[in-house]
Design a binder for this molecule. Structure first.
Ligand code: SAH
Ligand code: SF4
Ligand code: F3S
Length: 434
């Protein structure tokens, strides 16, 4: 039997797909690259915004046609599966099985039952040991960086967000389990580790998140350490100290602010003011100059006035985020913000988003231009040069690099090399080997 997994959403979902693939490979299934070749197709879904959900239903429509022509098992996993549960079968009766985000290890059982002819197979239970997934089973897709779960779920209650429902309550993996997985990753050749959680700052698996970073960085062979995502509410001085003082921590901090208006932040229940956000960024001290700072912003949240939006623009000017990810507010099922009136015309939301993104592109470009002329360590992220003749690489600050290495030159995939930055665009840097 051949299976194919399509993945939407965040790194947590990418990593879940690596776990799901591992479970099926262990049972003797074969992994294939396209839907067309597969006997079993799994859609690992996201429901963070309406658009993400649309993409899933579009794909399901395509698969329905395919299923009319040949035998095909269709499974839905991920956040949409957890949110909709058996309602998915009503909406798309050609789905064979539904697997929740907290029941990953049940996948082989579900596939087997569906293959045996059972219809509407479903497991969306909350298994308390879901986060204790055996790391040797995981089938890593990226060779440049190993994703390692440190916690699952989210105990925050941001009023716009589905994640607390789709991923359940916070649970942390014990430190020793994490360290064992990191050692295994290094033994498999990984040099860069990304620690994953919806809210890594509230990690409680036996030490603080700051201490966890220290301990992971002490594992022999770890060169760069990244993490995602960090919530400003639990961003402590201790953590900032670790970030700036530990040379293994890559100089990149993603700290989602969501809005520059205190009134909006209050209605979002984010748990901090703009002033507190700035204060916490300030914890980085002089070390901050070395760091790229990234953020998430939602525009058009219910009741966002022109003044509120101007406050967001002002914050963007003040902080000069190196990058930001911005979205139009999307009303989500079961979230408290549904009780607020979604009162801003779509055209206004779109105009705000466009203005914010244009300005961000300029700021990002300026931040890239400051790097031109520098010599940096970059990690090689392609197996060879692209058709355009350059290798793909990344800086510690997470910028994309197009690296020209010279005819016939071989570079170590996943390894570090020194490069001189000689070009800056808004989306990537150009570089040559030193
Ligand atoms: N746990 C992370 C966020 C994960 S979701 C954190 O709190 O930092 C990633 C981003 O999607 C959020 O930061 C937010 O900007 C955006 N987002 C979440 N729900 C949304 C919604 N209903 N509409 C628009 N954007 C949303
Ligand atoms: Fe969603 Fe807020 Fe939790 Fe992030 S912290 S996942 S935005 S509820
Ligand atoms: Fe999407 Fe779920 Fe991640 S909603 S962003 S896949 S946690």
């Amino acid at each position: 039997m051949k299976f194919h997994i399509e993945t939407w959403g965040c790194q947590m979902n990418d990593h879940d797909s690596e776990k799901l693939a591992g479970l099926l490979l262990k049972e003797g299934y074969e992994s294939v690259d396209t839907v067309e070749e597969a006997d079993v197709v799994i859609l690992n879904t996201c429901s963070i915004r309406e658009k993400a959900v649309h993409k899933v239903y579009t794909e399901l429509g395509y698969l329905r046609e395919m299923k009319q022509q040949r035998p095909l098992l269709i499974g839905v996993t991920g956040c949409l599966a957890q949110q909709e549960k058996d309602a998915l079968f009503k909406r798309a009766p050609h789905i064979d099985f539904v697997l929740g985000t907290m029941a990953l290890q049940q996948l082989p059982k579900l596939v087997e039952e569906a293959l045996a002819g059972h219809r509407r197979v479903i497991d969306t239970e909350d298994y308390p040991d879901n986060h204790l997934f055996p790391p040797e089973v995981t089938q890593r897709r990226s060779k440049a960086k190993a994703l390692v779960t440190i916690m699952e779920g989210c105990d925050h209650a941001c009023t716009y967000c589905v994640v607390p429902t789709t991923r359940g309550q916070e649970r942390s993996r014990p430190v020793d389990d994490i360290l064992a997985e990191v050692r295994l990753m290094v033994a498999q050749g990984f040099r860069e580790i990304e620690l994953l959680g919806q809210n890594v700052n509230s990690y409680r698996g036996g030490c603080s998140f700051a201490e966890l970073l220290e301990r992971v960085s002490e594992v022999d062979g770890v060169e760069w350490l990244r993490f995602t995502t960090s919530h400003p509410m639990n961003f402590t001085r201790e953590l900032a100290q670790t970030l700036v003082s530990n040379p293994k921590v890559a100089p990149f901090l993603h700290l989602p602010v969501q809005s520059g208006s205190n009134a909006v932040l209050r209605r979002m229940l984010r748990g901090y003011t703009v002033e507190e956000y700035l204060e916490r960024l300030g914890y980085l001290g002089e070390g901050r100059a070395r760091f790229a700072i990234s953020t998430d912003i939602i525009v058009g949240f219910p009741g966002e006035t022109d003044e509120d939006f101007e406050a967001t623009m002002q914050l963007v000017e003040q902080v000069q985020f190196d990058t930001s990810f911005s979205f139009i507010y999307s009303p989500r099922p079961g979230t408290p913000a549904l009780r607020l009136k979604d009162d801003i015309p779509h055209a206004v939301k779109l105009a705000r988003l466009t203005r914010l993104q244009r300005r961000q592109t300029e700021i990002t470009l300026a931040s890239h231009q400051r790097i031109v002329g520098q010599e940096l360590e970059v990690r090689i992220e392609s197996q060879g040069p692209t058709d355009h003749g350059y290798w793909m690489a990344r800086t510690g600050q997470w910028q994309n690099v197009h690296l020209v290495a010279g005819e016939g030159r071989q570079l170590p995939f996943g390894g570090l090399t020194r490069a001189r930055i000689n070009y800056a665009g808004p989306h990537f840097l150009g570089a040559e080997l030193v």
